[in-house]
Design a binder for this molecule. Structure first.
Ligand SMILES: Nc1nc2c(ncn2[C@@H]2O[C@H](COP(=O)(O)OP(=O)(O)OP(=O)(O)O)[C@@H](O)[C@H]2O)c(=O)[nH]1
Ligand SMILES: [Mg+2]
Length: 400
């Protein structure tokens, strides 16, 4: 009797993780607690063993409330076929065979897109990720972590028989990551890990980029990850099959870091902030003219008043436009006044910094005074932007 499950449909289109699809497969209700993706390419010698071990572990912990999803890229050795045959024996197993798309990262994302679990995970098919660690990772999630990562660089972790070169490259890649993307890479002791679980809520609606091999960095960078749990594991030697790691992946990795860097920096906001700042110059000058020429006020008084009007002008535009999306979540006059006060303080501190910098550059370093002033304006613009972003319109979510 042939009682294999049908192959899963391959999602097309964007690489965004949605809410749990409301489908009932057989008698299994949705949502499930956990969906574990097993990406595979020519893992015919390993697939049966990994499915057997993982099913055993999860059956003991969360019977009937999980699913294993093998995502195979049409392996020439027929891994997908072998996996599909296993579905008659393992009811929680589902298989996707991709023929149009290739690559580890997109395999994981496509798997997550059809997954029904509240927690989404990934594990290599080649038994290099010790399956027993899975339950420890699961416990981290149960304790409330948003992300639980198997790490080779915390207690209990390691790499068994890697060559010096591979260790060096792995560490080097991590250092580079720390320089380019400190706020992401700095949160992970093992950013190259391919063994982790993430709460669906933390990445729902986020579009994950297909560049690169290391989906963990993408998830940490774009997701709403507050708490990360790490569990040490020793990366085992391959038992069977061939490695797919090539130089190309290092290049992709760097591309990936850079792409994420640019999308995480709030460049659009910064440009708007600049435009608003520029408009403030004219307001300042205009009011100064009115106060001096028409009302005959004293110089200092006019300068202070016109600056304050410009600050209020800038605040209003920033509150409406640059940071409008954040402001609309902090409604009410009280909050708005609070933001205005903070904005004032930041601008004032910027002014002090401006004067200090011009003095330092001109008097101490001997820079031409106009160049000194220009440099100070550039530095203070960044300063004002950053502190207003973090303080006045508090954004802790880096994707904003
Ligand atoms: N679906 C899919 N899976 C892949 C692809 N490339 C690698 N995999 C799987 O992803 C997992 C990790 O890939 P590996 O080639 O083992 O990479 P690695 O573990 O870093 O390197 P090794 O130490 O050489 O094994 C394995 O389960 C592979 O079968 C791919 O293009 N598509
Ligand atoms: Mg491997």
């Amino acid at each position: 009797m042939n009682s294999y499950s049908e192959l899963l449909p391959v999602p097309t289109g964007g690489l965004e993780i949605g809410n749990i699809p409301f489908v009932t497969v057989g008698t299994t209700p949705t949502p499930l607690k956990f969906s574990l993706i097993i990406p595979s390419y020519n893992e015919g010698d390993n697939i049966q063993e990994i499915v057997r071990i993982l099913s055993g572990l999860l059956d003991s912990e969360i019977p009937g409330e999980y699913e294993l999803i093998v995502v195979d890229d049409n392996s020439p050795d027929g891994t997908w076929k072998l996996a599909q045959e296993l579905t008659s024996q393992y009811s929680q197993l589902r298989v996707m065979r991709r023929q149009q798309e290739k690559g580890l990262s997109t395999a994981v994302i496509r798997g997550w897109q059809v997954a029904r679990g509240e927690v989404l995970g990934v594990i290599d098919a080649d038994l290099q990720h010790p399956p027993e660690v899975l339950l420890q990772l699961w416990q981290e999630m149960e304790k409330g972590a948003d992300l639980a990562v198997g790490s080779r660089h915390v207690e209990g972790g390691g790499v068994s028989e890697w060559s010096v070169i591979r260790r060096f490259l792995s560490r080097g890649a991590q250092m580079l990551g720390l320089i380019i993307l400190p706020e992401v890479i700095g949160r992970l002791s093992d950013p190259m890990s391919g063994y982790f679980m993430v709460r669906r809520n933390a990445i729902v609606g986020k579009s994950l980029s297909p560049v690169g091999y290391k989906i963990l960095i993408e998830v940490t960078g774009r997701g709403k990850i507050r708490w990360i749990g790490e569990v040490g594991y020793v990366f085992r030697e391959r038992q069977a099959g061939e490695s797919k790691v090539t130089w190309k992946q290092y290049i992709e990795y760097i591309q990936h870091l850079l792409r994420l860097r640019f999308s995480l920096w709030p460049i659009k906001r910064f440009l708007r902030f600049g435009v608003v700042g520029f408009s403030g110059v004219f307001v300042d000058l205009g009011i100064f003219y009115v106060l001096r020429e028409m009302l005959g006020l004293a110089l200092t008084r006019s300068a202070i008043l016109s600056s304050e009007v410009a600050i209020i002008n800038n605040f209003l535009w920033n509150d409406l436009w640059t940071f409008g999306d954040i402001a609309s979540q902090q409604r009410g006059w009280r909050k708005r006044i609070k933001r205005l006060l903070k904005f004032n303080i930041v601008c004032l501190s910027g002014l002090v910094l401006n004067v200090l910098l011009v003095n330092l550059l001109f008097n101490v370093l001997g820079v031409n005074e106009y160049i000194a002033k220009l440099l100070a304006i550039a530095a203070v613009t960044l300063w004002n932007f950053w502190f207003n972003l973090k303080l006045s319109w508090r954004v802790t979510d880096s994707s904003k």
